[in-house]
Design a protein around this ligand. Structure first.
Ligand SMILES: [Zn+2]
Length: 383
């Protein structure tokens, strides 16, 4: 049986999520603790940090901002410019960049920043997508590694020690207390929470003909170099109350484009719109843990009182965990073709990573699927 948080819609199958004696999850408790946070004090703390790192002679950038082009990174850039910082924005290109994602990257440049983009070798990347999907059930494994390693490497190479990350995902979406309190992101955070799922980059040398030299973008810089530049990172979400929706509104006012339709498997049109593979990534979360992106998003809106739990639940039932026949309008077979995989192999991998305990089965113990390939979650009415 899956247990759900009494306030939001997160299930107890979510890794690292903890529930208190009243059945409330720690993502909700973290949010409810916000009024006790002294934001003025944190703002002063941030001002002191920024002052310390601001280039005195104008010979170097003040900070690195990792940007995907999404609503949050658009907001991060706007915030840093507002605070008088001169950032170098760094993009690690997504695995299968959408057209709207490309336009949103161009929009960030137009906000008036220096910008670099690292696009790892697409042939190697396709291999890594396939290995990630087959070995740990995560097509986005190389992307999750690269979005952390590439900006840190840029910090080292350009001798810019301060990296401005966005949200501490452990805070809004639940995670261990120590990770929630953290306002920094380092190699340990990356290994523990960065979504590497126990597959290390070093493990890949020798797999499918991959050599060390093919994996350069995915390696974290060596400790000596990090120390030499004294690289440090902070989460902006520690210093300002974070809200993805208000970030989306602010970003739209700055030229950020959303979709004209709801993102498949989600319930909104303003996030996860820059990579065609994200639908597969989110679907595997549903297969493994019984919840999808719609649950995450509905829960953030329920916590903020913008939706009742019942309204959120109705939307989750409508959108969560649908078989990813398309994503951002691109058909599944076309998405899979890019990583040299057909639909049959994909479905076999799906079945292998499905936690059968969470879904309805027929009399012979086979997973029940409708004609679109959708599964039915058990005790869904227990929410
Ligand atoms: Zn909750």
């Amino acid at each position: 049986m899956i247990l759900y948080c009494k306030r939001c819609l997160l299930p107890d199958t979510k890794p690292d999520l903890r529930f208190d004696d009243h059945g409330v999850c720690n993502a909700c408790t973290n949010f409810e603790n916000r009024p006790s946070i002294n934001w003025t004090e944190r703002r002063q703390q941030l001002d002191r940090i920024l002052e310390r790192y601001r280039s005195k002679d104008g010979h170097s950038w003040d900070c690195i901002i990792p940007v995907s082009g999404g609503k949050d990174s658009t907001y991060q850039v706007a915030k840093m410019l507002e605070l008088g910082m001169n950032p170098l924005c760094v993009t690690a290109t997504t695995c299968d960049l959408s057209e709207v994602g490309r336009r949103n990257i161009e929009n960030i440049k137009k906000m008036g920043v220096d910008y670099i983009e690292i696009s790892p070798n697409p042939l190697v990347r396709a291999k890594l997508n396939r290995i990630g999907l087959a070995q740990v059930g995560d097509i986005s494994w190389p992307e999750h590694v690269g979005i952390f390693t590439i900006p840190v490497t840029a910090a080292v190479n350009h001798n810019v020690p301060l990296i401005i990350w966005g949200e501490n995902s452990q805070h809004e979406y639940g995670g261990p207390a120590a990770a929630v309190e953290s306002n920094t992101l380092d190699r340990r955070w990356l290994e523990e929470f960065g979504g590497l799922l126990g597959l290390r980059v070093t493990d890949l040398v020798g797999v499918e003909g991959l050599e060390r030299k093919n994996l350069i973008p995915y390696f974290y810089p060596p400790v000596e170099k990090l120390k030499q530049v004294a690289v440090t990172g902070l989460f902006l979400g520690y210093f300002f109350p974070w809200d993805g929706y208000s970030n989306a509104l602010l970003s739209q006012g700055l030229g950020f484009e959303t979709l004209t339709h709801t993102v498949e498997g989600s319930m909104v049109n303003y996030e996860n719109i820059d990579n065609h593979q994200t639908g597969i990534h989110d679907y595997f979360k549903f297969l493994k843990f019984g919840f999808g992106r719609a649950t995450d998003i509905a829960s953030t809106h329920i916590r903020r009182g913008r939706l009742t739990r019942e309204q959120g639940l109705a939307l989750v039932r409508r959108h969560d965990g649908k078989f990813p026949n398309t994503y951002l309008g691109k058909p599944l077979v076309a998405i899979l073709e890019k990583i040299d995989m057909d639909r049959e192999e994909f479905v076999r991998i799906c079945d292998r990573f499905t936690n059968a305990k969470l879904f309805e089965k027929d009399a012979r113990g086979q997973l029940l699927k409708d004609r679109h390939g959708n599964l039915t979650k058990i005790n869904d009415d227990n929410l």
